[in-house]
Design a protein around this ligand. Structure first.
Ligand code: KE4
Length: 431
């Protein structure tokens, strides 16, 4: 399989775009080599500039739960575009999607749209600070909430919670206001709350983590977060940008029966067009301008094309039997991968929730960032490229989740598994 046109396109892109990409993970730094440039996509597959076709297990990092170029979304966007692409004035399309979100997501009484998950989480943080009058935010090591300054803070090497910036350009003040604790560690969170008492505005969490790879909450962890936030008067924010409408119609909060005070959404909600959203209890959301005094805005927030794509997506997901199909696809993929790794004696962990899938090449149970980092990223890189050469596009990082769609039927998943069996057999023979 040659990818000369992708390589040439990458060189061209690097001359005009920093790193040749508009989002770092696309540059293959996590697996080495040069990224594949996409020409077109349909269903579960995309075709690169050299005419190679791949089964896509990333699906734009989550939005494309119906599959690429789903006709229901394309038709809705084309119809909307024919009436204009943006107005900067309210439309009923926004209320149409808002009513759907409120009907599907248990804790959301009112919702505000924006254009990315980052905008959603940064806005939710400002709203939590304004609503509570408090300044600090608690996040969990390894969870990603977009690239707003407050969230680009990792666990510090020193004190339990003093963080360190993930990036230059983040001020000491911002760093001081973000406290970081290990995922799945309620004792560490209680210790922080007892030390801080009334300074914490909110705790934000990926209720199922996708940004370490797929890492699941221990039994009682989410309920424990809920109880601690209630006890200390902090708001609980579920960042469901990845899990919203993915693992259940109402996301993790529906599956686990734990209600946050606010929820952030993205990806699936826009069906591949730029939509972010944050929602929650009306008493909180009504503090937002122009009703309240907490400012938040966006030129293209509620864009009619994006609203049309989101509505078409969510309406398709509300048809009977959809989530059973998605869960079956996730189970077939994950069980199949487990069987292959086990048969070849490859140390691994595996999990899925609905069509969100993940595996780690480590013998250790993965419950947080430290255990996720025991994974063999060199082996993952080899596995990734061998699968790529067999026409399967996995996430270009061990520390990302995979996403299947309604277009990943049994035959497609069996193609993935056949390639994996061939690769693992070859790699393990070399090991
Ligand atoms: P965006 O600003 O990328 O739309 O959303 C940020 C975000 C917020 N919260 C969660 C839980 C997320 O997973 C994300 C974005 N996810 C990454 C995948 N690791 C998007 C891929 C990328 O950065 O290019």
């Amino acid at each position: 399989m040659t990818r000369d046109r992708s390589h040439a396109a990458f060189e061209r892109a690097k001359a005009v775009i920093p790193g040749g990409v508009n989002s770092p993970v696309r540059a293959f730094k996590g697996v080495g080599g040069s990224p594949v440039f996409v020409r077109e996509a349909a269903g579960a597959r995309f075709t690169d500039l050299d005419g190679n076709t791949y089964i896509d297990c990333v699906m734009s990092w989550g939005p494309l739960i119906l599959g690429h170029a789903d006709h229901r979304i394309i038709d809705a966007v084309v119809r909307a575009a024919a009436r204009g692409t943006s107005y900067g004035a309210p439309t009923e399309a926004e209320s149409d999607l808002a009513e759907l979100v409120i009907a599907m997501v248990p804790s959301v009484e009112k919702v505000r749209f924006c254009s990315s998950g980052t905008e959603a989480t940064m806005s939710a943080l400002r709203l939590a600070r304004g609503f509570t009058g408090r300044e600090k935010v608690v996040k969990f090591a390894g969870c990603y909430h977009g690239h707003a300054d407050a969230f680009l803070i990792s666990a510090g090497s020193g004190a339990l919670t003093m963080g360190t910036p993930d990036s230059p350009g983040i001020t000491a003040g911002t760093t001081r206001d973000t406290l970081v604790v290990p995922y799945n560690d309620l004792d560490a969170l209680r210790t922080v709350f007892e030390a801080e008492r009334t300074t914490i505005a909110c705790v934000i969490v990926e209720p199922y983590v996708g940004n370490m790879g797929l890492v699941l909450p221990k039994p009682g962890f989410l309920a424990g977060l809920r109880a601690l936030c209630t006890e200390f008067g902090a708001l609980l924010i579920f960042d469901e940008v990845m899990t919203g409408f993915r693992v259940a119609p109402g996301g993790v909060q529906e599956r686990e029966g734990v209600l946050p005070d606010m929820t952030t959404l993205g990806k699936v909600i826009g069906g591949g067009l730029p939509v972010g959203a944050f929602g929650g209890r009306a008493e909180i959301m009504e503090k937002l301008s122009p009703l309240g005094s907490i400012y938040q805005a966006g030129t293209l927030s509620g864009n009619p094309l994006a609203m049309a794509a989101g509505r078409a997506t969510l309406e398709a997901l509300r048809e009977p039997g959809i989530y059973e199909r998605l869960d079956a696809a996730g189970a077939r993929f994950t069980t199949g991968m487990h069987d292959i790794f086990a048969r070849h004696g490859v140390a691994h962990q595996h999990a899925h929730r609905g069509s969100m899938v993940g595996f780690f090449f480590t013998a250790q149970d993965v419950v947080d960032l430290a255990s996720a980092k025991t994974s063999d990223t060199v082996f993952y890189g080899k596995f990734f490229h061998e699968m790529l050469d067999r026409g399967v596009y996995l996430a270009p990082s061990q520390f990302e989740a995979g996403f299947l769609s309604l277009a990943h039927d049994d035959a497609t998943i069996d193609e993935i598994l056949a390639a994996a069996d061939d690769v693992i057999g070859a790699l393990h023979a070399l090991a």
